[in-house]
Write a protein that binds this ligand. Structure first.
Ligand SMILES: Nc1ncnc2c1ncn2[C@@H]1O[C@H](COP(=O)(O)OP(=O)(O)OP(=O)(O)O)[C@@H](O)[C@H]1O
Ligand SMILES: [Mg+2]
Length: 268
């Protein structure tokens, strides 16, 4: 048996990264490692750097090069974005905002094969790819919307199409930025049920959010991010508490829990 058999496999391993968005330094000396099989949430207030971190995972932005800075994805350096998409699917709000209104449902799913926004004439799709797209739409309950324009879909429907787009490569890891924001209760719970089904199928889920209510019970690791710094890293039981979230969001809060789900109320 190989000695690495029981070793945790890293998804994302960054050491001592400094990162700018425009003129603004969002991270300084950031170190973080995420592991295949450990469903995790990165939780923090507006502006903490969550979406920036997600862009770092998906190689849309890069840290300032320094001798002591390391960035490995799945244990390796030097990925190209296209290859990475086969292992790591990303469903982000930026994509939902910038996706083309005119794209037809089926083509939104197919565009995942080329990591493009909509599909284009020079792109070829074989029967297997088309059949997989149909299957994904059926699985996500959006088959009836295959001909609808993206711009004519509801927010929840668009979100499911973008998840389908990320699923074409059957990646082992899926990263979500605020997966349920903007969704009504039915769409929210349906989407969370889909996430849980994906976890049950063996996908590792990484959530990036400021919404405590969208953290499924299956998520075990919590990373608290504030002003570009990881202020705590531990279990839900340790960190989804009234005192730690009061400190994180700088407002008196009360955390309640039922059936493995969490909610936050204003403290009395
Ligand atoms: N293109 C940019 N140019 C300059 N500053 C930026 C840029 N993009 C983001 N920032 C800044 O970087 C910081 C982190 O932004 P980021 O979007 O990562 O926060 P977030 O944690 O995702 O917040 P939210 O919960 O509101 O989504 C913020 O202060 C933001 O203003
Ligand atoms: Mg964000």
């Amino acid at each position: 048996m190989p000695s690495s058999f029981s070793q945790p496999r890293p998804i994302f391993d960054i050491q001592h990264a400094t990162l700018y968005r425009g003129e603004r330094q969002v991270f300084f000396d950031l170190s973080l490692s995420l592991t295949v099989g450990v469903h995790s949430v990165i939780l923090g207030p507006n502006g903490a750097g969550k979406s920036t971190l997600l862009k770092l995972f998906s190689m849309e932005i890069h840290p300032v090069p320094h001798d002591h800075t390391r960035l490995r994805l799945f244990g390796e350096e030097g990925w190209n974005v296209w290859e990475l998409r086969r292992h790591l699917g990303v469903v982000s709000h930026d994509l939902q905002r910038h996706y083309l209104d005119n794209a037809q449902g089926t083509n939104v799913i197919l565009s995942g094969y080329y990591s493009s926004v909509d599909t284009y004439e020079h792109q070829a799709f074989d029967d297997g790819q088309r059949m997989r797209a149909v299957q994904i739409m059926e699985d996500l309950g959006i088959g009836h919307l295959q001909d609808r324009r993206f711009g004519d879909m509801s927010t929840g429907e668009q979100r499911r199409f973008l998840l389908g787009r990320a699923l074409v490569h059957d990646p082992e890891v899926l990263v979500f930025d605020e997966p349920t924001s903007g969704l009504d209760l039915q769409a929210c719970f349906h989407y969370l049920a889909v996430l849980r089904r994906l976890m049950a199928q063996g996908k590792t889920i990484i959530l990036v959010t400021h919404h405590v209510h969208e953290i499924p019970p299956d998520i075990s690791r919590v990373i608290l991010l504030k002003q570009g710094r990881i202020v705590a890293d531990g279990s839900k039981e340790q960190l989804l508490t009234s005192s730690s979230l009061t400190a994180l969001f700088e407002i008196p809060l009360q955390v309640i829990q039922a059936n493995g789900w969490y909610q936050v109320l204003p403290d009395r």
